[in-house]
Design a protein around this ligand. Sequence first.
Ligand code: NAD
Length: 255
Amino acid sequence: MLAGKVAVVTGAAGSIGAASARRLSEKGASVIVVDLDGEGAEKVAAELPGPAIAVAGDVSREDDVEHYVRAAIDRFGRLDLHHLNAGITGPFVELADLSTEDFDRVTGVNLRGPFLGVRAAFRHYRERGTGGAIVITASIASLRGSHDLLAYQTSKHGVLGLMRGAAMYGGPMGVRVNAVAPGLVPTGLFTAAKDESGGGNDMVQRGTTVPLRRTGTPDEIASVVAFLLSDEAAYVHGEVISVDGGSAMVSTVRP
Ligand code: NAD
């Protein structure tokens, strides 16, 4: 379904990113596996069934983003699909206790990162004169409020603005831009947040508001990403798809 396409996945040494890289590779795409964790990226790339390269880089740094685009073009000659997925939560803290440094760090990775990625994608598409597709990993936190994840929530609301602006810009050029909004998926993201918060935050407790009564898996997110990046979704544009077991619709929950 994606044969001949070249795809970049950021945060691809992590749970959702690795599942997405695997899914895109299985569908025939060549994959550029990008992550801050260069060793992890190498490992994921080595295990993919199709052609792949790993690139170590920080998505919040302009030169690192340009570097992975150049690496893709040097190796595969083009770049068609982007899954801009790298993200961090920062600590779970009350708004009044959130430091400026943590706010800047989290929005730097989660909002500035996708901005740099989207802009680099469009510069490449414009130069090449062809279309493409972009998916940004948003979150249920893009759609709902939370008292202790202010920076994360702000950045994830922001990526929907970025996605819609990019979709308006890209539509006439044949570049589709969409977002996927995962609910609770137990991954390294939450372990890291828990560590930063001194052991606070109970994932299980957060999971009890899921109508399907279970957390999601990275593969369940990856399959929607692959759909959005494929021609199966040729008329889906400027959309955010929740993959959250129904969490985003909840107003009250039967105990
Ligand atoms: P994860 O921690 O397993 O993976 C995140 C990956 O991003 C890691 O490999 C990490 O090294 C990488 N990364 C972090 N900062 C980076 C940077 N500056 N540059 C490049 N790579 C960087 O977490 P995950 O759950 O797979 O998260 C993937 C995405 O899904 C994130 O954007 C996250 O916000 C989003 N998301 C996750 C959940 C969930 O419940 N796990 C829910 C909603 C949204």
